[in-house]
Design a protein around this ligand. Structure first.
Ligand SMILES: Cc1cc2nc3c(=O)[nH]c(=O)nc-3n(C[C@H](O)[C@H](O)[C@H](O)COP(=O)(O)OP(=O)(O)OC[C@H]3O[C@@H](n4cnc5c(N)ncnc54)[C@H](O)[C@@H]3O)c2cc1C
Ligand code: SF4
Length: 349
């Protein structure tokens, strides 16, 4: 009898991998450390996703429902893998709930950790209540509450969105680009303007990386249709005059200091490596990349392979990634598992 495939993490990548395996009748076990599936889009309450405009609860919630309905998928929430040994086709996993599982392969879909803005104290988060993160704004929108200043629930008249918070910042050891936050921020800016037409929204940027077709759909549309203003700037600090938040910095196009008052300041937070990655690397015996993301041994011929045979990886566990690419990588890793098992059977036949 064949054994199941172990999937670590029930976010978009893990859900896609489990669904792919189930379609060909292959059993899998999703081990998810939180109390529900869905990964960051569900756990952090994202609103409308880019680039489709679908609500996260519908798009990713739909993936959760689909997997929950698959007989071939066993779901274990509030669970982690504590030990993992053996070889491809015959691995043994010990789980934090006390169970043991015999599995043929593993796919690490353990995702990322949101940057904690308290690590950028000069930009006001943790000091001023009305300095928030993009995830908080997503939650304000997805909960139906609308965009408000947390200090007194008023509707903001002026909002600043600061890009690259916890990304492209060597001073705090995060030099990678988080790939999606420019597009997410342009989208949120348009949503704010739609909900609060009298509110002025400014985006402070180093460079704009609304890659591919998102340039038209988000960058240009937000300016031309929604009158969002973009300022190329180096931000020095976010302070308060007692009434308003003050964003101080230098406009790097005209090379002049700028000081502008706002009601709400939003940090476009980046994607850190999953804080669990050192533990995952040691449990599964896989390598990490320079900044702590899980290493993929092969990009082309056998996508999703890690440095350990029989252990695969997909999605934001490998570095900042979009949802659609994480899903594609989840499917690809499932395919790689199946072709790896077929090769192993071929060798022993
Ligand atoms: C503010 C913000 C907004 C975003 N909006 C969009 C958007 O609109 N469109 C888009 O394409 N992308 C967006 N992204 C990116 C998106 O969040 C990721 O692409 C996506 O979540 C990656 O999916 P994943 O399954 O790889 O990882 P995750 O979503 O991080 O899921 C990983 C899962 O693994 C679990 N896990 C972690 N460690 C362990 C462990 N040790 N054991 C067991 N389980 C574990 C986690 O609890 C989680 O459920 C956004 C990112 C940010 C920061
Ligand atoms: S996507 Fe944009 S905001 Fe995010 S790190 Fe890259 S340049 Fe900065």
């Amino acid at each position: 009898m064949t054994k199941p495939v172990l999937i670590v993490g029930g976010g978009p990548a893990g859900l896609a991998a489990a669904h792919s395996l189930a379609t060909v009748g292959k059993q899998s076990i999703i081990v998810e450390k939180e109390d529900k599936l869905g990964g960051a889009p569900i756990l952090s309450g994202y609103a409308k996703l880019v680039p489709t405009g679908e609500w996260a609860k519908d798009a990713i919630g739909g993936m959760v429902t689909r997997v929950e309905g698959e007989d071939a998928v066993t779901i274990l929430t509030n669970t982690k893998v504590t030990e993992f040994g053996g070889s491809p086709g015959d691995f043994q996993a010990r789980l934090s709930n006390g169970d043991n599982a015999q599995v043929e392969a593993a796919i690490l879909c353990s995702g990322f950790t949101h940057f904690d803005s308290v690590n950028k104290p000069e930009w006001g988060f943790g000091t001023f209540q009305d300095v928030v993160t993009t995830t908080q704004v997503e939650q304000m929108i997805s909960s139906g509450q609308g965009v408000r200043c947390p200090s007194d629930s008023r509707k903001p008249k002026r909002v600043a969105i600061l890009l690259c918070v916890g990304s492209r910042d060597r001073q705090i050891g995060r030099e990678w680009c988080s790939k999606i936050c420019c597009t997410v921020s342009s989208n949120l800016a348009m949503e704010i303007r739609e909900e609060l037409p009298d509110c002025h929204v400014y985006i402070y940027y180093m460079d704009i990386r609304t890659f591919g077709l998102n340039e038209t759909k988000y960058y240009w549309r937000s300016q031309e249709e929604f009158k969002v203003k973009y300022i190329k700037a180096r931000i020095a600090e976010v302070t308060s005059d007692g009434e308003k938040l003050i964003v101080k910095g230098e406009d790097t196009l005209v090379k002049r200091p700028i000081t502008i008052p706002f009601d709400l300041v939003v940090h476009a937070i980046g994607m850190d490596p999953n804080v669990d990655n050192p533990e995952i690397a040691s449990t599964f015996g896989v390598d990490l990349q320079e900044h702590g993301h899980i290493d993929a041994a092969n990009c082309y011929g056998a996508m999703g392979q890690t440095t350990r045979a029989g252990v695969y990886v997909a999605g934001a566990a490998m570095g900042p990634e979009t949802i659609d690419d994480s899903i594609a990588q989840g499917h690809a890793a499932a395919m790689a598992v199946l072709s790896g098992l077929k090769e192993a059977i071929g060798k022993t036949a």
